[in-house]
Design a protein around this ligand. Structure first.
Ligand SMILES: Cc1cc2nc3c(=O)[nH]c(=O)nc-3n(C[C@H](O)[C@H](O)[C@H](O)COP(=O)(O)OP(=O)(O)OC[C@H]3O[C@@H](n4cnc5c(N)ncnc54)[C@H](O)[C@@H]3O)c2cc1C
Ligand code: FES
Ligand code: FES
Length: 468
């Protein structure tokens, strides 16, 4: 039995917990404002908000309901466009109308929900972030300028905020006043809800891979829900090592003070990965186990020499991520095992880290080729170097020999030239929809040049750029 609140209505359902939230909203509750576009997390027409109590506050995040399992909203508050609607237009709806930001209207509920979600966000409002909050929404007819203008007028409204985001949103009628009773109502729900994390066999994180790949089978699976396991929802730093649990999402990493401190370019890296609603759902553990050769976080953490803690419930073992991939979608993991924890040594002052990704579209696209580089310098000599690359082999690749090649050497244009040749021997790209094998070889060369240009700005950049 699942319990949650949908808009202002308490829901108790015996439906399979793998049913998508989208199907439940439209076909069980007959709320048709949430639209179906792609059913693959790409278009944002099905965007809803999911609210939960975090540190005595409600935290709302946008998600694509087409990839969200009902089991993953257990004990939470689900908000659809109908839950935002009032007798008059809300300020967000008014801004869309004023700016002519809607034409056929199919995408509009998704955009409104995303921007309303942004209004419930406690972070300091900025124009860029207001626009970015809709990065998971696609409009095929209006054109984005007017949509951006609507976001800017909402950002302006939010500048006047000097109280908690939810109180301000209620005061400004961005959301209805009954939102203030939701925390207390959720507390009652949580006490009686059945935990879904310790039963079932098929492991489910955020579902952003599984619901795309196995959509029809999900309601026939005996699911084990990992995305909300409280013991796994932590990010901690101890003696130079960062550890985080398997329920940690991309958004959790993006918002983590530890990650922000150690990776000053984190925001830029994260913006290259999927979209806000997908990042709100997607776990790092899911990215590793999905084993896509271009998984961004597999590449990121391979360069950082992450260690996995695997468990089968009875016993645990540690395994380097670098030993996890055995062949295309083949893992060094039994069917029964799951990832519980991920740890990695945090880069010190001597370390320099960079992540690069090229895809057909800059945003909301998977990589053609991606790469991460972590290099430890002792004055002008390389003490250690780790290089990883995706899209150039059957698995996310750790380029062991290339890292070894750099050890003990002094960085120079000549060394980079030799490295580019060395790297070519370690990769085996194939031609596919994301580019020919030759193009991917060239791309990786360019990404490696980008690592050096960004990390060592004193090097002659033009010379590096034109290296062959
Ligand atoms: C629109 C869209 C855009 C995307 N863009 C990107 C992108 O830019 N870059 C990128 O890298 N990926 C992208 N993805 C893919 C996806 O979001 C990521 O791979 C994500 O990290 C998967 O995590 P999840 O929690 O959703 O995994 P799920 O779908 O829940 O699970 C994926 C796999 O991991 C297993 N699993 C989950 N948790 C565990 C665990 N703790 N232990 C063992 N097995 C586990 C599941 O059984 C399944 O086999 C995109 C997906 C979509 C839909
Ligand atoms: S229907 Fe397109 S993102 Fe869900
Ligand atoms: S208004 Fe038609 S798709 Fe956006």
């Amino acid at each position: 039995m699942l319990k949650f609140i949908l808009n202002d209505k308490e829901i108790v359902t015996h439906l399979h917990p793998g049913t998508t939230l989208l199907d439940f909203i439209r076909y069980n509750q007959r709320l048709m404002g949430t639209k179906i576009g792609c059913r693959e997390g790409d278009c944002g027409a099905c965007t809803v908000l999911i609210g939960e109590r975090v540190n005595l506050r409600m935290e709302y995040k946008s998600v694509t309901s087409c990839l969200m399992a009902l089991g993953n909203v257990s004990g939470k508050h689900v908000v659809t466009i109908e839950g935002i609607n009032a007798k008059a237009l809300t300020p967000v709806q008014e801004a869309f109308a004023t700016e002519g930001a809607t034409q056929c209207g199919f995408c509009t509920p998704g955009f409104i929900v995303s921007l309303t979600g942004y209004c419930l966000n406690e972070s300091k409002p900025t124009d860029a972030d207001a626009i970015d909050s809709m990065n998971g929404n696609i409009c095929r007819c209006t054109g984005y300028k007017s949509i951006q203008k609507a976001a800017l007028s909402i950002s302006k409204l939010l500048q006047a905020r000097n109280t908690e985001a939810l109180s301000f949103a209620i005061e400004q009628q961005i959301v209805p006043s009954w939102f203030k009773n939701i925390p207390a109502r959720l507390m009652n729900l949580a006490e009686t809800d059945t935990p879904l994390e310790n039963i079932g066999t098929k492991k489910l994180g955020g579902g952003t891979d599984l619901y795309v790949q196995q959509h029809d089978e999900m309601t026939r699976q005996n699911l084990r829900f990992f995305s909300d396991k409280k013991e796994w929802k932590f990010i901690e730093e101890k003696s130079g090592t960062c550890s985080f649990g398997a329920s940690v999402t991309v958004t959790d990493i993006a918002q983590s003070e530890i990650f922000q401190r150690h990776f000053p370019q984190l925001k830029e890296y994260i913006q290259l990965v999927s979209s806000t609603p997908i990042r709100n759902m997607a776990t790092i553990a899911g990215n590793f186990v999905n084993a896509s050769p271009i998984g961004d976080f597999s590449i990121f953490f391979l360069a950082l020499d992450a260690q996995l803690t695997l468990s089968n419930g009875a016993s645990k073992r540690e395994l380097p991520l670098r030993s996890f991939y055995k062949g295309y979608k083949q893992l060094n993991k039994t069917e029964e095992e799951w990832i519980e924890k991920i740890s990695f040594p945090l880069p010190s002052k001597q370390h320099h880290f960079n992540f690069e990704k090229v895809s057909k579209r800059t945003h909301l696209d998977i990589a053609s080729v991606n790469s991460a580089f972590c290099i430890k310098m002792d004055k002008d000599q390389v003490e250690e170097a780790s290089l990883s690359a995706g899209g150039v082999g059957p698995v996310p690749l750790y380029l062991r020999a290339s890292g070894e090649f750099l050890k003990g050497k002094t960085i120079s244009v000549q060394l980079i030239k030799e490295l580019l040749q060395q790297v070519q021997e370690e990769i085996s790209p194939i031609s596919d929809a994301r580019g020919s094998a030759g193009y991917k070889r060239l791309l990786l060369q360019q990404l490696i040049k980008a690592h050096f240009i960004k990390l060592f700005p004193a090097l002659p950049q033009k010379e590096i750029l034109f290296l062959k």
